[in-house]
Design a protein around this ligand. Sequence first.
Ligand SMILES: Cc1cc2nc3c(=O)[nH]c(=O)nc-3n(C[C@H](O)[C@H](O)[C@H](O)COP(=O)(O)OP(=O)(O)OC[C@H]3O[C@@H](n4cnc5c(N)ncnc54)[C@H](O)[C@@H]3O)c2cc1C
Length: 280
Amino acid sequence: MYDALVIGGGPAGLQAALTLARMHRPTLLLDSGTYRNGPAQGMHNVLTNDGRHPAEFRAVVRGELAAYDDVEVRDIAADSVERLDDKTFAVGLADDSVVIARNLVLATGLRDVMPDVPGFAEAWGRSVHMCPFCDAHELSGRRLAVEEAEGAPHVVAMLSPIAASVEVVPPVTSVEMTSEGLHVASSSSRVVVDALFTHPEFEQAAPFASQLGLELNESGCVAIDSFGRTSMPGVYAAGDLAHVEDLPQPVMSVLAAAYAGQVAGSSVLSDLIAPVAQSA
Ligand SMILES: Cc1cc2nc3c(=O)[nH]c(=O)nc-3n(C[C@H](O)[C@H](O)[C@H](O)COP(=O)(O)OP(=O)(O)OC[C@H]3O[C@@H](n4cnc5c(N)ncnc54)[C@H](O)[C@@H]3O)c2cc1C
């Protein structure tokens, strides 16, 4: 019986596990090895880690976790989550084993849904980006395009001081990376630029919020309070998959995910010790 089972080994899950490890709470972290920033060659806007490869970042944190006796990390996917009673959860793993924990921290992130646009998936994270904070600076003085959408003027305003040129293009029908740049085609135009900014749809990367019947926000992300608590006692959520009601969607950054992981880990601890603290 673990005090906490953290599902997800991105920045949110790693930080939640570190927080609990430092409080000597038996914790198991599960990681299926699929990360939202998997296609990225470097993380940016992340203090002390600006430009570091995401895999290297995770390896460093795994090394830090290894120094703590109370945390165990397993590279395996969880398949199912079930609430057995008030304070016991059973998690089925890909090898058909089952682990039991008093609390769950869901940190399974989001999956970007690649549109049915030829070339898009190959260019995603390389020449097609969504986040100016993450990727614009490296494109200083280059030719950029922004796909027409509700937030496009905002993105153009963000990119204008950085790029040599920024143009808004109609809904994209194909992209192709070539030696002269990124060919971006739409029904009425064809341009060659150095990169395209756009926002694909996203969805929950794992089925656990739905398996548990957790309350969701309009964005499709798990509804949490400021302490990372979901609508079900004993279940916490952190990172891209969840946000508080005041926000339209999660902040979607490495540091925001790590912050949320720390908050969720602290809340697990607070709720674990509450009965002891009250009777003392
Ligand atoms: C292309 C791209 C580039 C980005 N660049 C930056 C950047 O430069 N700077 C920045 O701050 N942010 C960047 N981001 C955003 C950042 O990657 C995310 O905000 C951050 O990774 C969210 O962390 P997370 O822990 O919530 O989820 P993730 O990092 O996606 O981690 C999810 C974890 O859950 C695990 N998981 C999922 N399902 C299961 C399961 N069934 N069983 C077990 N484990 C499971 C996964 O294997 C993974 O370990 C980028 C995003 C993208 C798409």
